[in-house]
Design a binder for this molecule. Sequence first.
Ligand code: MLC
Ligand code: AMP
Length: 507
Amino acid sequence: MNLYSVLEGGFPCEKNTIAIETHEGYLYTWKELESTVNRYANFLTDLGLPVGARIATQIDKSPEALFLYLATLKAGFVYLPLNTAYQAAEMRYFIGDARPSVVVCSPENLHIIHEIAQQNAVEHVFTLGMNRDGSFVQRSCSCSEDFETVHRQDDDLAALIYTSGTTGRSKGAMLSHANLISNAQVLHQFWKWQSGDVLLHTLPIFHVHGLFVACHGALLNGSKMIWLPKFDVQHLIRHLPQATVLMGIPTFYVRLLAEPSFTCDITSNMRLFISGSAPLLTETFNAFKEKTGHTILERYGMSETIMLVSNPYDGDRVAGSVGIPLPGTELRIMNEVGKPCKVNEVGNIEVKGPNVFKGYWNMPEKTKEDFTADGWFKTGDMGRWGGQTSAGAVPDNYLCIVGRSRDLIISGGYNIYPKEIESYLDELSGVAESAVFGVPHTDLGEAVMAVIVPKPGFNLRADEIIRSMNQKIARFKVPKRIELVDELPRNAMGKVQKNLLRQQYSG
Ligand code: MLC
Ligand code: AMP
């Protein structure tokens, strides 16, 4: 079944009510949402694209961007959203790897995206701006406002979500209609979406969290979304009194708590604060509860599986734990010798369920490597059942994430693989070698740091290296701090000891 049909089943019968209210005060009714989605779906269909065609987008967040996603589903194509921070080299990789039939970019990037698209034989390039502008909007203007949802098989792809790779090469996680349908329905029930709910949407919509978890929840519930173009603490505070549900990353809660105008009164209409994508510190959980009386519900997910585990809606929400596996998701923690861990024993988290993706795009070997012979997906996260946290005992059936088996940094909810950043640093003139790792950061959870060994005779400067990296890769990946050293610490096998570097610079 097509995911769009399931989401549409939740739309209210009264089509003149508001589906989306933007920060600037623009209102979009459900009728407008549906007619725009239909126009966009007709436009895509009229292009005569092949079955399974990818529609790649690198566009700013706007209601029209959401409609384009929904139109892609409805027309039966595969949606491929890309972070707006990606620069030319990164876009070249994604477009070259995914081979989309259509790329939609922001008007400002048309020049460079057009060139990349041409090099990769992409047939169609359109633009979509923040203000209902761009060639995609113009060209679809005259299309019909009726469109019959295209039938899809459960296993047909609905979306391709790129997630950073340990080797430095990003991997496209293939998510099917059935993956997304099952997760949306489970979360709708588990978090008890109710009539009258209003979602305050302030996450980016090029990742699982903002696009699927947040939007699907509201759409399936026929709930209005207050649509902010990006996270801004003042805007959030202004709109919270009209909302009932917020989904955020820990940074959102840290920033709210640091803001003097954030008071308990502002949250009195709220039903549910959810946190995920990165670990929520117990001190943030406690401070939020103390200030507002609300207990943040923390959950755990990833691009390959959408949501896996969540603290309960009615039962205990435990600080330092991500909760219990969602209905339909099986989760096991395996130790070094391949046996299930006992309570309080740390091991590798593996999962199975209708939400688990179909594999990595064009990477059968990598897909094989990441699944066990009996079909469990190896998440790369390390965890334990129960045990103790600084807040006290955790129930035995609750999961605590304690780290990652992969060398990965999570900064403000974005995954950054050190290997990728090291490869860019090592290409710079005068760099002999580099080591990239995460250091604690009060706002972002972790920040990227690099230690660099210059080649003999080169007089490198940290600020110049940062400037040069800013021109090459998405700025959120650029090290916030760089230290120049004579040599990197290595163990007897010659491997760089990042744990020592992390310790040394985590002050
Ligand atoms: C922005 N910057 C970051 C950053 N975001 N640096 C490191 N990490 C980040 N996450 C940098 C910019 O490049 C810029 O650098 C400077 O900070 C200011 O940019 P900004 O755009 O004004 O930043 P800000 O608005 O403060 O954004 C920070 C943020 C944002 C945390 C609000 O990054 C955000 O919305 N993150 C959400 C990520 C998310 O949705 N993750 C879900 C993934 S799905 P310069 O050099 O130009 O000054 C997933 C699965 C699951 O993980 O379980 O959900
Ligand atoms: P991504 O690949 O961008 O989808 O990021 C998924 C990763 O984010 C997971 O594998 C975890 O490492 C991390 N993650 C998501 N939610 C949480 C959470 N609540 N606590 C700790 N880590 C999390």
